[in-house]
Design a protein around this ligand. Sequence first.
Ligand code: AMP
Length: 355
Amino acid sequence: MVILPPGSTIGILGSGQLGRMLAIAAAQLGYRTHIYAPETGPANDVSPLMTRARYDDAGALAAFARSVDVVTYEFENVAFAPIAALSPIAPVRPPALSLATAQDRVSEKSFVEGLGGRAAPWREITSLADLDAAIAAIGCPAILKTSRFGYDGRGQARIDMPSESEAAWESIGHAPAILEGFIDFEHEFSIVLVRGLDGEITSYAPPLNVHRDGILATSTVPAPPPVASQWTEAATLAGRVADALEHVGVLCLEFFVTENGPLFNEMAPRVHNSGHWTIEGAVTSQFENHIRAICGLPLGDTGLVGTNVEMENLIGDDAARWPDILTDRAAHLHLYGKHEVRPGRKMGHVTRVRR
Ligand code: AMP
């Protein structure tokens, strides 16, 4: 196993807030970071190197890979082929298989079901006829979700009656999709784990995740008993997924708590918003553990610091509350340095740790 020692350069695809927090963790461990993205973003404020190019520019990607010691990514909506082509030049971690599997709802659900996981009933949709047949099979309410490029509830349409199928199909632009049965879940939670280069896996306590308008609003640890009782089953499944992908780095699987046990919703082959609480709330943050994993270092302790941790996302105008948030001396404020405030845009987050 080749260890990348501090002083090495980590290439990060993406210039958003996840890249920013990865770069901060990397700097703390003595690594340099090089951001690759079509435009500058929050990560550039804290990273000395930048390649500004499209994600499908094979030449620019190859030059980038030659200038770094390892390539990682902060989001999964990048084309698979140009990234997979980098691995002979520099190791890509998490591996391209994780990227390919997680960036498509059909492949991620099939993969997880193939390993014994359960999901809401779903069907692949490539036409209006598929959609009508799926509605007849699954029933209403149901949710139509684009297979790719969806995030924070975008690319989704709820269908309450079969007559709404055409409008829903129109609203997602006839993109390849899945239809999923609507789950009357009790709670949502996630398993955030990290798998090292040597295959060691360690995971964080699962947060209770509350979404508003399809966007994560809060993550709270420890989660209440209904989540705790489904933790082991979900974490075991997540570990199987990580092993099967030969994943290296952080991996997040999201679940619904139902009477019949945890139902898998989706996964992210990267650090995740529901793991932001770990920066102050765990001994080693998800960001540091991701850096440790991709550099072949031993993983850090994922244990909880204190008795209760809550992370609240600051979305859109919420960020204007920063002076008030700072009057709470226990609040850890994170602002991502985004200049333009837009409704639904993640501007920062705040974490409160109760000792
Ligand atoms: P997703 O992009 O799949 O994570 O969906 C965003 C959010 O929409 C989820 O976190 C849930 O709160 C909600 N949601 C997604 N799928 C379903 C479903 N099948 N049934 C009920 N709510 C859902």
